[in-house]
Design a protein around this ligand. Sequence first.
Ligand SMILES: Nc1ncnc2c1ncn2[C@@H]1O[C@H](COP(=O)(O)OP(=O)(O)OP(=O)(O)O)[C@@H](O)[C@H]1O
Length: 507
Amino acid sequence: MSADSPASRDVAELPSPEEVICILKKQSPTEDVYEIFSLGQGGQDGGKPSFALRRLSYARSDDGENEALQHLVDKFLINDLPVYLQPGQRRRVHVIVSTHSGTGLSTQFYNDVLAPLLKAFDLTASGEPEQGGAEQQSSYHLLITQDAESVKEFSRDLAAPDRDEKNIEHTVVLLSGDGGVIDMLNGYAPMDDADIDTDPQRQPLVAIIPLGTGNALFSSLHKIVTTPTASELVQGLRTLLHGKAAPLPSFKAVFPEGSRTITYSETSNPTSTGDDSIKAVDPTPGLGEQTEYVTHLYGVVVASYGFHSQLVWESDTPEYRKHGADRFQMVANELLGESHAYRATVEIGRSSTTAGGQIAGDETLDRDRHSYILATLVSNLQNTFCISPASQPLDGQLRLVHFGHVDGAKTMEIMMAAYNNGRHVDMRWGGTAAQGQDGNKGEDGVGYDEIDEVRITTHEEDARWRKVCIDGTIVEIPSGGRMVVSTEARRHLRVLVDGSTTYKFAS
Ligand SMILES: Nc1ncnc2c1ncn2[C@@H]1O[C@H](COP(=O)(O)OP(=O)(O)OP(=O)(O)O)[C@@H](O)[C@H]1O
């Protein structure tokens, strides 16, 4: 980080607006001095990623001609840290560095950017959650994840506070992808469900610094932010320092008896863990498959069965993991080549007539072989991959994107259209070109429905084709078993969204 001394500067030296995080006005007896914080990012052309927090001071010329500076000041001036980042007797601030998110850049980003940025506001890390002493009032609790349970355990603790901690508000800055938010939700929601009196103001406020792979929630929440353009990380820091809290919509997926999560992680003990419900099998040395019985999960992004869940699962298996970033393309090619027809019954539930005019009631999809079934609360699974173009940030409306069995080329065409601003939802096809193995020759297309609930019953015998995906977590459901995914009326967490954007559903 560079810290130049306050001095009048040529406007040409101002950082590009895309890189500006925030501007602080400094006390000076003679002139207005502005401190501009910006983010420099290197390695975007394939080199090693690097980040630099830049901190430069500028004086406004007396004749007020410095238009470029004034433009930045108008957009990015903040007076102080927002209230939700001020620790005190009634508020704790936590920063969670999720070390396995994305390509593992969270620690570097914390050290090079976030910690110095917060320090510029006199906010520093304490070793432990503060107890409210005067000396500790400007420190935050830093958690560096040690394993896949770290965030969930932290969140469970927040949901079950000691009596005298009950009225404390918590702000949680998450350096992670969607996984961090989902771990927070799945740690918090079960306890929250049991406590019907929870004051929404007491529900944790999550601020996302998008350091995952997909960052679907962050992308979708910031899709409507118009000015000025910025990288996701700059936008994350802008929202952190100039954001507003909004209730985060979620869904609940309930699984049939015998369903198990499937995860892979390094294990030194490939035999039974001793817990009846947890087994560990080790297909490759050092990387084991763990399965754990599961009854339900909460999600904020996606619940899927078919091509999407298969791709998420198979690209995470030890067999493909060893191929690094190439593994997604490899698995996609393999799956498109196989073009498996997923045998399932899909029922849709709507408790009221939707805004889009779809009639209330239940409906069973008129096909028993599928390529793609995906329910989502967000518009984008990645910055450029728009799976649900009608979804508005925070609208809480579950939407189902689905199509019957088609060949790999058609699946590819549909996926490519999603990269074109979500055009896939208008795709129709008919006759022999669309003919699937089920012999359906009528006009077909991508289904796109507003729903309250979807019930998916798999009829597959082979366990390979019985994997569903809930926000990246893979669950194997038994043959004939039914997964039920429904929107939740209750909100469990609050999320920070851009402070200068109007969110239609942010009340
Ligand atoms: N030290 C660790 N050891 C093992 N697992 C970890 C560790 N730290 C974090 N994790 C787990 O890694 C996962 C990271 O998921 P996250 O979503 O943040 O990243 P991602 O999958 O790359 O991004 P996205 O979900 O946005 O595509 C989380 O589920 C988290 O629990």
